[in-house]
Design a protein around this ligand. Structure first.
Ligand code: NAD
Ligand code: APR
Length: 230
Protein backbone atom coordinates (compact mmCIF):
# COMPACT_ATOMS: atom_id res chain seq x y z
CA UNK A 1 0.00 0.00 0.00
CA UNK A 2 1.26 3.46 -0.81
CA UNK A 3 2.10 6.08 1.82
CA UNK A 4 -0.89 8.27 2.62
CA UNK A 5 -0.35 11.62 4.36
CA UNK A 6 -3.49 13.40 5.55
CA UNK A 7 -3.70 17.03 6.75
CA UNK A 8 -6.79 17.88 8.78
CA UNK A 9 -8.25 21.20 9.93
CA UNK A 10 -11.14 22.43 12.04
CA UNK A 11 -13.68 21.33 9.41
CA UNK A 12 -13.24 17.64 10.22
CA UNK A 13 -14.37 18.32 13.80
CA UNK A 14 -17.22 20.67 12.89
CA UNK A 15 -19.83 17.87 12.87
CA UNK A 16 -18.60 16.79 16.32
CA UNK A 17 -19.84 20.17 17.53
CA UNK A 18 -16.48 21.99 17.68
CA UNK A 19 -16.44 25.42 16.06
CA UNK A 20 -14.22 26.24 13.13
CA UNK A 21 -12.27 29.48 12.87
CA UNK A 22 -13.19 31.27 9.67
CA UNK A 23 -16.66 30.04 8.90
CA UNK A 24 -19.70 32.21 9.60
CA UNK A 25 -19.76 32.78 13.38
CA UNK A 26 -16.44 30.94 13.79
CA UNK A 27 -14.02 31.38 16.67
CA UNK A 28 -12.29 34.32 15.01
CA UNK A 29 -15.62 36.11 14.75
CA UNK A 30 -16.06 35.77 18.53
CA UNK A 31 -12.50 36.40 19.74
CA UNK A 32 -9.60 38.56 18.54
CA UNK A 33 -6.66 36.40 17.41
CA UNK A 34 -4.31 39.01 18.90
CA UNK A 35 -5.88 38.51 22.32
CA UNK A 36 -6.13 34.70 22.54
CA UNK A 37 -3.79 33.12 19.97
CA UNK A 38 -0.53 35.09 20.13
CA UNK A 39 2.33 35.15 22.69
CA UNK A 40 1.77 38.90 23.04
CA UNK A 41 -1.88 38.34 23.95
CA UNK A 42 -0.85 35.79 26.59
CA UNK A 43 1.72 38.16 28.09
CA UNK A 44 -0.91 40.93 28.23
CA UNK A 45 -3.70 38.89 29.82
CA UNK A 46 -2.87 35.24 30.64
CA UNK A 47 -6.19 34.68 32.43
CA UNK A 48 -8.17 35.66 29.32
CA UNK A 49 -6.15 33.18 27.25
CA UNK A 50 -6.56 30.39 29.83
CA UNK A 51 -10.31 31.07 29.93
CA UNK A 52 -10.46 30.76 26.12
CA UNK A 53 -8.63 27.41 26.08
CA UNK A 54 -10.32 26.10 29.25
CA UNK A 55 -13.70 26.58 27.53
CA UNK A 56 -12.48 24.83 24.34
CA UNK A 57 -10.89 22.00 26.39
CA UNK A 58 -14.17 21.40 28.26
CA UNK A 59 -16.13 21.41 24.98
CA UNK A 60 -13.62 19.06 23.33
CA UNK A 61 -13.75 16.55 26.21
CA UNK A 62 -17.55 16.47 25.79
CA UNK A 63 -17.34 15.86 22.02
CA UNK A 64 -17.24 12.55 20.19
CA UNK A 65 -15.37 11.68 17.02
CA UNK A 66 -17.58 11.61 13.92
CA UNK A 67 -17.64 9.22 10.96
CA UNK A 68 -14.86 11.17 9.20
CA UNK A 69 -12.46 10.61 12.11
CA UNK A 70 -13.56 6.97 12.31
CA UNK A 71 -13.03 6.40 8.59
CA UNK A 72 -9.42 7.66 8.86
CA UNK A 73 -8.82 5.34 11.84
CA UNK A 74 -10.17 2.42 9.78
CA UNK A 75 -7.86 3.32 6.88
CA UNK A 76 -4.87 3.26 9.26
CA UNK A 77 -6.02 -0.01 10.84
CA UNK A 78 -6.11 -1.61 7.37
CA UNK A 79 -2.69 -0.19 6.45
CA UNK A 80 -0.66 0.37 9.63
CA UNK A 81 2.52 2.48 9.26
CA UNK A 82 1.31 3.73 5.87
CA UNK A 83 -1.18 6.36 7.06
CA UNK A 84 0.04 9.55 8.77
CA UNK A 85 -2.33 12.23 10.07
CA UNK A 86 -0.94 15.77 10.44
CA UNK A 87 -3.56 17.81 12.24
CA UNK A 88 -3.86 21.55 12.81
CA UNK A 89 -6.56 20.72 15.35
CA UNK A 90 -5.91 20.79 19.06
CA UNK A 91 -8.79 18.47 19.99
CA UNK A 92 -8.14 14.74 20.61
CA UNK A 93 -10.84 13.39 18.29
CA UNK A 94 -8.49 11.55 15.91
CA UNK A 95 -7.04 9.58 18.85
CA UNK A 96 -10.52 9.03 20.31
CA UNK A 97 -11.54 7.48 16.96
CA UNK A 98 -8.56 5.09 17.15
CA UNK A 99 -5.95 6.79 14.96
CA UNK A 100 -2.45 6.03 16.23
CA UNK A 101 -0.07 8.16 14.14
CA UNK A 102 -1.27 11.74 14.70
CA UNK A 103 1.08 14.75 14.62
CA UNK A 104 -0.43 17.82 16.33
CA UNK A 105 1.43 20.66 14.60
CA UNK A 106 -0.48 23.33 16.60
CA UNK A 107 -0.30 21.51 19.92
CA UNK A 108 -3.08 19.92 22.00
CA UNK A 109 -5.73 21.22 24.40
CA UNK A 110 -4.90 18.21 26.63
CA UNK A 111 -1.37 19.53 27.17
CA UNK A 112 0.08 22.10 29.58
CA UNK A 113 3.52 23.66 29.06
CA UNK A 114 5.83 25.54 31.41
CA UNK A 115 6.89 28.76 29.68
CA UNK A 116 10.00 28.81 31.91
CA UNK A 117 11.50 25.30 31.73
CA UNK A 118 9.59 23.71 28.87
CA UNK A 119 8.17 20.87 31.01
CA UNK A 120 4.95 19.32 29.61
CA UNK A 121 2.17 17.61 31.52
CA UNK A 122 -1.52 16.72 31.24
CA UNK A 123 -3.54 19.91 31.44
CA UNK A 124 -6.05 20.15 34.30
CA UNK A 125 -9.62 21.03 33.30
CA UNK A 126 -9.23 24.67 34.32
CA UNK A 127 -5.73 26.09 34.03
CA UNK A 128 -4.75 29.33 35.78
CA UNK A 129 -1.72 31.54 35.05
CA UNK A 130 -0.21 31.07 38.53
CA UNK A 131 -0.46 27.26 38.52
CA UNK A 132 3.07 26.17 39.50
CA UNK A 133 5.00 24.04 37.02
CA UNK A 134 5.28 20.49 38.48
CA UNK A 135 8.98 20.41 37.48
CA UNK A 136 10.38 23.85 38.35
CA UNK A 137 7.53 25.26 40.50
CA UNK A 138 7.53 28.51 38.52
CA UNK A 139 4.01 29.96 38.07
CA UNK A 140 4.50 30.12 34.25
CA UNK A 141 1.88 27.70 32.97
CA UNK A 142 0.56 28.09 29.43
CA UNK A 143 -1.60 25.92 27.19
CA UNK A 144 0.56 23.61 25.03
CA UNK A 145 -0.77 25.35 21.91
CA UNK A 146 1.28 26.85 19.05
CA UNK A 147 0.16 30.46 18.58
CA UNK A 148 0.45 32.78 15.60
CA UNK A 149 4.05 33.78 15.13
CA UNK A 150 5.38 30.62 16.81
CA UNK A 151 6.96 27.65 15.07
CA UNK A 152 4.68 24.63 14.62
CA UNK A 153 5.64 21.30 16.21
CA UNK A 154 7.04 18.24 14.32
CA UNK A 155 8.04 20.20 11.20
CA UNK A 156 11.15 18.07 10.45
CA UNK A 157 9.11 14.86 10.54
CA UNK A 158 6.31 16.52 8.56
CA UNK A 159 8.63 17.55 5.69
CA UNK A 160 9.97 13.97 5.56
CA UNK A 161 6.43 12.53 5.32
CA UNK A 162 5.50 15.00 2.56
CA UNK A 163 8.59 14.01 0.60
CA UNK A 164 7.70 10.30 0.82
CA UNK A 165 3.93 10.63 0.29
CA UNK A 166 2.29 8.80 -2.64
CA UNK A 167 -1.09 10.29 -1.74
CA UNK A 168 -1.71 13.61 0.10
CA UNK A 169 -5.19 14.62 1.26
CA UNK A 170 -6.32 17.81 3.02
CA UNK A 171 -9.60 17.55 4.94
CA UNK A 172 -11.56 20.44 6.49
CA UNK A 173 -9.02 23.23 6.24
CA UNK A 174 -9.39 26.65 4.62
CA UNK A 175 -5.79 26.83 3.45
CA UNK A 176 -5.43 30.22 5.18
CA UNK A 177 -2.53 29.45 7.54
CA UNK A 178 1.05 28.63 6.61
CA UNK A 179 3.06 26.41 6.53
CA UNK A 180 0.13 23.92 6.51
CA UNK A 181 -1.45 25.59 3.46
CA UNK A 182 1.70 24.88 1.41
CA UNK A 183 1.96 21.17 2.29
CA UNK A 184 0.02 20.25 -0.88
CA UNK A 185 2.61 21.98 -3.09
CA UNK A 186 5.45 20.12 -1.36
CA UNK A 187 3.70 16.74 -1.69
CA UNK A 188 2.87 17.47 -5.34
CA UNK A 189 6.47 18.46 -6.07
CA UNK A 190 7.56 15.05 -4.79
CA UNK A 191 5.09 13.23 -7.04
CA UNK A 192 2.12 12.64 -4.72
CA UNK A 193 -1.46 12.53 -5.96
CA UNK A 194 -3.29 15.31 -4.10
CA UNK A 195 -6.92 15.40 -2.93
CA UNK A 196 -8.94 18.15 -1.20
CA UNK A 197 -12.02 17.10 0.78
CA UNK A 198 -13.73 20.23 2.10
CA UNK A 199 -17.15 21.83 2.52
CA UNK A 200 -16.20 24.36 -0.15
CA UNK A 201 -13.08 25.15 -2.20
CA UNK A 202 -10.19 26.28 0.05
CA UNK A 203 -7.82 29.13 -0.73
CA UNK A 204 -5.39 26.60 -2.22
CA UNK A 205 -7.90 24.40 -4.11
CA UNK A 206 -6.10 24.99 -7.42
CA UNK A 207 -3.03 23.16 -6.02
CA UNK A 208 -4.98 19.86 -5.78
CA UNK A 209 -5.43 17.24 -8.54
CA UNK A 210 -8.74 15.91 -7.15
CA UNK A 211 -11.47 17.53 -5.06
CA UNK A 212 -14.56 16.31 -3.17
CA UNK A 213 -16.85 19.01 -1.80
CA UNK A 214 -19.39 18.33 0.92
CA UNK A 215 -19.57 17.53 4.61
CA UNK A 216 -16.63 15.50 5.91
CA UNK A 217 -18.98 12.88 7.39
CA UNK A 218 -20.20 12.21 3.84
CA UNK A 219 -17.10 12.69 1.67
CA UNK A 220 -14.44 11.07 3.90
CA UNK A 221 -16.10 7.68 4.57
CA UNK A 222 -16.84 7.33 0.83
CA UNK A 223 -13.27 8.33 -0.10
CA UNK A 224 -11.82 5.78 2.38
CA UNK A 225 -14.21 3.07 1.14
CA UNK A 226 -13.04 3.61 -2.44
CA UNK A 227 -9.38 3.57 -1.31
CA UNK A 228 -9.87 0.27 0.55
CA UNK A 229 -11.80 -1.31 -2.32
CA UNK A 230 -8.98 -0.36 -4.65
P1 NAD B 1 -0.33 33.35 9.30
O1 NAD B 1 0.28 34.70 9.21
O2 NAD B 1 -0.07 32.36 8.20
O3 NAD B 1 -1.85 33.50 9.55
C1 NAD B 1 -2.67 33.42 8.40
C2 NAD B 1 -4.01 33.76 8.86
O4 NAD B 1 -4.11 33.73 10.27
C3 NAD B 1 -4.31 35.18 8.45
O5 NAD B 1 -4.81 35.13 7.11
C4 NAD B 1 -5.33 35.56 9.47
O6 NAD B 1 -6.55 34.95 9.12
C5 NAD B 1 -4.84 34.85 10.70
N1 NAD B 1 -4.01 35.75 11.52
C6 NAD B 1 -2.72 35.57 11.88
N2 NAD B 1 -2.31 36.54 12.72
C7 NAD B 1 -3.38 37.35 12.88
C8 NAD B 1 -3.60 38.54 13.61
N3 NAD B 1 -2.66 39.03 14.41
N4 NAD B 1 -4.82 39.13 13.52
C9 NAD B 1 -5.77 38.59 12.73
N5 NAD B 1 -5.62 37.48 12.00
C10 NAD B 1 -4.44 36.88 12.10
O7 NAD B 1 0.06 32.67 10.62
P2 NAD B 1 1.41 33.00 11.27
O8 NAD B 1 1.30 34.14 12.24
O9 NAD B 1 2.46 33.10 10.19
O10 NAD B 1 1.58 31.68 12.06
C11 NAD B 1 2.89 31.40 12.39
C12 NAD B 1 2.82 30.04 12.90
O11 NAD B 1 1.85 29.91 13.94
C13 NAD B 1 2.42 29.14 11.78
O12 NAD B 1 3.54 28.32 11.61
C14 NAD B 1 1.22 28.40 12.27
O13 NAD B 1 1.41 27.00 12.12
C15 NAD B 1 1.13 28.72 13.74
N6 NAD B 1 -0.28 28.95 14.05
C16 NAD B 1 -0.84 28.40 15.15
C17 NAD B 1 -2.16 28.64 15.40
C18 NAD B 1 -2.89 28.08 16.58
O14 NAD B 1 -3.93 28.64 16.96
N7 NAD B 1 -2.42 27.00 17.15
C19 NAD B 1 -2.90 29.42 14.57
C20 NAD B 1 -2.29 29.92 13.45
C21 NAD B 1 -0.96 29.72 13.21
N1 APR C 1 -16.97 19.21 6.50
C1 APR C 1 -15.88 19.55 5.76
N2 APR C 1 -15.32 20.78 5.78
C2 APR C 1 -15.89 21.70 6.59
C3 APR C 1 -17.01 21.42 7.39
C4 APR C 1 -17.57 20.11 7.33
N3 APR C 1 -18.62 19.74 8.04
N4 APR C 1 -17.33 22.56 8.08
C5 APR C 1 -16.44 23.49 7.72
N5 APR C 1 -15.58 22.99 6.81
C6 APR C 1 -14.46 23.66 6.15
C7 APR C 1 -14.70 25.13 5.86
O1 APR C 1 -15.23 25.26 4.55
C8 APR C 1 -13.28 25.71 5.95
O2 APR C 1 -12.66 25.68 4.68
O3 APR C 1 -13.39 23.62 7.07
C9 APR C 1 -12.54 24.74 6.88
C10 APR C 1 -12.23 25.35 8.23
O4 APR C 1 -11.31 26.40 8.02
P1 APR C 1 -10.79 27.23 9.28
O5 APR C 1 -11.92 27.61 10.13
O6 APR C 1 -9.88 28.28 8.72
O7 APR C 1 -9.93 26.18 10.12
P2 APR C 1 -8.47 25.67 9.79
O8 APR C 1 -8.23 25.61 8.32
O9 APR C 1 -8.27 24.45 10.59
O10 APR C 1 -7.54 26.86 10.41
C11 APR C 1 -6.13 26.62 10.38
O11 APR C 1 -5.80 28.54 11.73
O12 APR C 1 -6.40 29.97 13.42
C12 APR C 1 -5.69 28.85 13.11
O13 APR C 1 -5.24 27.40 14.92
C13 APR C 1 -6.12 27.67 13.89
O14 APR C 1 -5.23 25.51 13.33
C14 APR C 1 -6.10 26.55 12.87
C15 APR C 1 -5.53 27.17 11.63
Amino acid sequence: MEKIVILTGAGISAESGLGTFRDEGGLWAQHRIEDVATPEGFARNPQLVHDFYNARRLQATRSLPNSAHTALALLEAEHPAQVIIITQNVDGLHEAAGSRTVLHMHGRLAGALCAKCGHRWAAPDAMRPDDPCPACSTPATRPDIVWFGEIPYHMGEIWDHLRDADLFAAIGTSGEVYPAAAFVQDADRHGAHTVELNLEPSSVVSDFSETHFGKATETVPLWVKNLLNG
